[in-house]
Each structure stands twice: as structure tokens, then as C-alpha cells.
Ligand binder design. Structure first.
Ligand code: PBG
Ligand code: ZN
Length: 323
């Protein structure tokens, strides 16, 4: 047998020498839930190890992010009051804007990224403006832009629209540019599927829709070609980074994104993926470190440049340990 692939697997040194993909701490973004109020550190029950923090309590986690060398955090707001149009999302003093100012002042090595969507702020829990039980597309765009502008005024480096309205990337880009924020980057949730893997997030952010579901705007899990059209549209509208979400059940699309577009590709290892790994490892069915690092390797192998994950602090720690 002239070809023996096992020759390259005979010891750890060789395996590491020929290893094709590696996750690096600079690939990671940690999502953080910021709650309006003071002195809050609430555990999210379905996501062991994840908490909601009020802005004054953020240094506890931000110190860890900065010392681990994690380059970015993705901020989600939990407002005190919700209403029909999500007005707290446009308030320059809301909890996310406070968090951004704190990060800009005290953590200069960390990129502040604001998730842009109305669902955490609306009483009905939908990602857009609702009329007669319908989620309006074009009417929602200016509300999203107003939210993006508030976070830009607070100093965020990047906005990440996650609402899935058509045309929002171009609309937000134009409004940012008009108001003097040409340097604010856009990471578009481009191929975002209507997924049951978001369940724990909706508990964490209190953003479950009060009627219906998100299938009229988020994508059908069976559609791959449409995902490419979504990514192409966002790239054409000026997205700086495109995203596939969730990650693990959609790695075919991460690969397509990497092969077809010349933009950095992010993938979001979402709340349900995290919760399943935590639950199985807490029961002793799988080894947490090994399964998380295997998942990270899979996302890299598919082509992810950026991995948004609730495991980020653990991964940063494990990367420093011998494998
Ligand atoms: C808001 C938003 C959601 C997630 C990110 N931004 C929830 C949703 O669309 O219902 C999900 C993140 C996760 O599950 O970790 N639009
Ligand atoms: Zn939303």
C-alpha cells in the first residue's frame, strides 16, 4: 500500500503539523445580554454559565473578555419597558448604549457590536412593526436605522442587523453615512433561519413573539439557494461581513458563503446549540471541552472566519491548554 493516510496521524506532533484548520482566540465574539437597571447579574436558566448583566455589572465579564484576548462582544438589550414600536431601542441612554460607552472607555481592545432588531423592545415580540397582525417590511427600516444610529452615537464599532427585513442593510448603510458614521461596520445576519435553536435566547432576552412565529421573515430551514440570494443581496447593499445562523445545522451554507463571496464569513453558534452541549455534558453523556472544540473545528473547516459563541471564554481558556 503506497498510500497510507494513517502515517500523518501517528502522533500528536505530526497531527498538529499537518492540521488544516485551527480556531484562534481572534476568531471569537462573545454575545452579552445587557439588562436595564442596577446591580443585576441574573442567571439564564436554560444556558448554564450565561447571565444578564446591568451596565454597572458589566466589568465583571468584560475584564475576562479583555484579559482572554477576545476581540469582540455582541450586545443584546433587555429594556425595562416594551411598547408597540420598541421605542427604548432608539433611546441614546438605553442599556446597550450605556454598555457601549463603558466598553469604549474602559476596554479599548474590544470591538463593540450592537445587535439591531426590535424584538427585544416590542410588546408583541416581533422583529418589525406590526399592523393588522402583519409584520411590515418597509415601515420597519427607519426604526432599525434609528436604533443603529443611537448605538453609533454611543460609539459602537459595528452594527449587526438581525431582523431579516428586506433592504435593511442598504437602508442602514445610507442612514449611517448621512449622519457621519461611514466607519461603522455592518455585520449582516444574512442567512438567518426560522430556527427552534433560538429557544433559550428568547428566554434570556424575553423576546418570544406574543402571537404567531417568525417564519414570514426568517428563512425556511430547507432553503439553501435562497440563503445564497440573501447573502448576495446583503453583500450588494454594503455589508462588511455576512453571517450564517444557526451554525452547526447550516455548515453547508457557511461553506457556500466562503466559496462564493469575497467577504469575511461569520457564523452564530446559537443558544440552543450551547444549551444542548451544556445539558449533555452536565449529564456526563459527552465531554464538554472535547465536544465544544470539535464544534469549533467544524465551523472553521466549513469556512468560518468569525465564530459568535457563548462558549467564547471557555474556548479562549482551552486554547491555552495542551490538546
Ligand atoms: C433577535 C435575535 C435572535 C437571536 C439573535 N438575534 C432571536 C430570534 O431571532 O428570535 C438568536 C441568538 C441565539 O439563539 O443565540 N432577532
Ligand atoms: Zn428580532
Amino acid at each position: 500500500m503506497r498510500i497510507r493516510l494513517r502515517r500523518l496521524r501517528q502522533n500528536g506532533t505530526i497531527r498538529s503539523m499537518v492540521r488544516e484548520n485551527r480556531v484562534n482566540v481572534d476568531d471569537l465574539i462573545l454575545p452579552i445580554f445587557v439588562a436595564e437597571g442596577k446591580g443585576i447579574k441574573n442567571p439564564v436558566l436554560s444556558m448554564p454559565g450565561v447571565f444578564q448583566y446591568s451596565p454597572d455589572m458589566l466589568p465583571e465579564i468584560m475584564d475576562q473578555v479583555a484579559s482572554a484576548g477576545i476581540p469582540g462582544v455582541l450586545l443584546f438589550g433587555i429594556p425595562a419597558c416594551k411598547d408597540e414600536t420598541g421605542s427604548a431601542s432608539r433611546d441614546d441612554h438605553n442599556c446597550v448604549c450605556q454598555a457601549i460607552r463603558l466598553i469604549r472607555k474602559r476596554y479599548p481592545s474590544v470591538t463593540a457590536i450592537a445587535d439591531i432588531c426590535l424584538c427585544e423592545y416590542t410588546s408583541h415580540g416581533h422583529c418589525g412593526i406590526v399592523k393588522d397582525g402583519k409584520i411590515l417590511n418597509d415601515e420597519t427600516l427607519e426604526y432599525l436605522a434609528q436604533m443603529a444610529l443611537a448605538t453609533a452615537r454611543a460609539g459602537c464599532h459595528m452594527v449587526a442587523p438581525s431582523d431579516m427585513m428586506d433592504g435593511r442593510v442598504g437602508y442602514i448603510r445610507d442612514r449611517l453615512d448621512e449622519e457621519g458614521f461611514a466607519d461603522v461596520m455592518i455585520m449582516a445576519y444574512s442567512a438567518k433561519f426560522a430556527s427552534s435553536y433560538y429557544g433559550p435566547f428568547r428566554e434570556a432576552a424575553g423576546s418570544a413573539p406574543q402571537f404567531g412565529d417568525r417564519r414570514s421573515y426568517q428563512m425556511d430551514p430547507a432553503d439553501g439557494r435562497q440563503a445564497i440570494r440573501e447573502m448576495r443581496q446583503d453583500a450588494d447593499e454594503g455589508a462588511d461581513i455576512i453571517m450564517v445562523k444557526p451554525a452547526l445545522a447550516y455548515l453547508d451554507l457557511v461553506k457556500e458563503a466562503k466559496e462564493r463571496f469575497l467577504l469575511p464569513v461569520a457564523t452564530y453558534n446559537v443558544s440552543g446549540e450551547y444549551a444542548m452541549v451544556k445539558a449533555a455534558s452536565d449529564l456526563g453523556y459527552v465531554s464538554e471541552k472535547k465536544i465544544v472544540m470539535e464544534n469549533m473545528a467544524s465551523m472553521k473547516r466549513a469556512g468560518a472566519d468569525i465564530i459568535i459563541t457563548y462558549h467564547a471564554l471557555d474556548v479562549a481558556k482551552w486554547l491555552k491548554e495542551p490538546f
